[in-house]
Design a protein around this ligand. Structure first.
Ligand SMILES: NC(=O)c1ccc[n+]([C@@H]2O[C@H](COP(=O)([O-])OP(=O)(O)OC[C@H]3O[C@@H](n4cnc5c(N)ncnc54)[C@H](OP(=O)(O)O)[C@@H]3O)[C@@H](O)[C@H]2O)c1
Length: 282
């Protein structure tokens, strides 16, 4: 159907292609997902590989990382998943990850800084190591890895199709957590701000930087809060959407940010938390 030229001044979509395949398609891209061996990182990597993105995952435990990569690799005929085990909280581990990655690719279209750790201890007893460990992995490592991979991010980046960096933060960096995970909430608030700060500095280099703030998702980190029906019900009781997050929720948000649809979004912190940080329950 053709539009009436006299009445459609502000009803044109120009040359835009608004088909879902063009808006959200990722086929042929290359991604890195840290902490991709399990939990949220595995869900994100699964979403990317399923949609044709060759994905490099990393985690410290080599066997688990290799097994996860083999499982993920089987999800696609067109994209592969490669395991590069490394400890990203250690400068030598990070350097070895980057040099091995460079043997495989000179381009990274999507970098998902997901690997993270938590620590809880009562006020008065919180140990220094509980701060250092969490800050090192949750804040310093995403910064150092992003900085290190700038050449690879810039390599395939264009004004129309920028490279994407996604930080996995947490609702605990937005609202005051229930628990005594002091270094974790500080680190997650820090990583949200880091994404905004980095985003401002690389916007002219055609790189977007956003963070996602998940609510509760099934993972080893959350095992202690979801281990039995009562504790699971308590967690769900604090979620306005009355469930925990799923692979669709988190992978879908990363797919949006990595796709044409997300190309104009940068410096944002997107809560994926069933309304915990946005809806007051009373
Ligand atoms: N699950 C939730 O409800 C939730 C909510 C909000 C935010 N988050 C955030 O989501 C991210 C993923 O959490 P998750 O719940 O999926 O945790 P998880 O199940 O504990 O998974 C953490 C992943 O990171 C890897 N990792 C840990 N330390 C590492 C290191 N030093 N170097 C490289 N990789 C390392 C782990 O593998 P190895 O142990 O083998 O190293 C694993 O693959 C974290 O940033 C977390 O803070 C989670």
């Amino acid at each position: 159907m053709t539009a009436d030229a006299t009445s459609s001044t502000y009803r044109s979509t120009g040359t835009s292609d608004l088909h879902v395949g063009s808006l959200f398609g990722l086929e042929g891209k290359v991604a890195v997902v840290t902490g991709g061996s399990r939990g949220i990182g595995f869900m994100i990597a699964a979403g990317l590989v399923t949609n044709g993105v060759t994905t490099f995952i990393t985690a410290r435990k080599a066997e688990a990382c290799d097994a996860a990569a083999a499982e993920l690799d089987a999800l696609s005929d067109t994209a592969s998943c490669v395991s590069i085990p490394a400890d990203l909280s250690d400068p030598d581990g990070l350097a070895s990850f980057v040099s091995t990655l460079r043997e495989h690719t000179d381009t990274v279209d999507v970098l998902v800084n997901n690997a993270g750790a938590a620590w809880g201890a009562p006020l008065g007893e919180f140990p220094e190591i509980g701060f250092d460990k969490v800050m090192n992995l949750n804040v310093k490592a995403p910064f150092m890895l992003t900085q290190e991979l700038l050449p690879e991010l810039e390599n395939g980046a264009t004004a129309d199709d920028p490279a994407r960096v996604v930080m996995i933060g947490s609702i605990d960096g937005i609202r005051v957590p229930v628990g005594d995970n002091y270094s974790y909430s500080a680190a997650k608030a820090g990583v949200h701000m880091l994404a905004r700060h980095l985003g401002a500095h690389v916007v002219d280099r055609h790189i977007t930087v956003n963070s996602i703030a998940p609510g509760p998702f099934e993972s080893k980190m959350m095992e202690y809060r979801l281990e039995d029906d009562d504790s699971r019900a308590e967690v769900i009781g604090h979620v306005p959407r009355r469930r925990i997050g799923s692979a669709e929720d988190i992978a879908g948000t990363v797919i949006f940010l990595a796709s044409r649809a997300g190309a104009f979004t940068t410096g944002a912190t997107i809560p994926v938390d069933g309304g915990i940080s946005t809806i007051r329950m009373g």
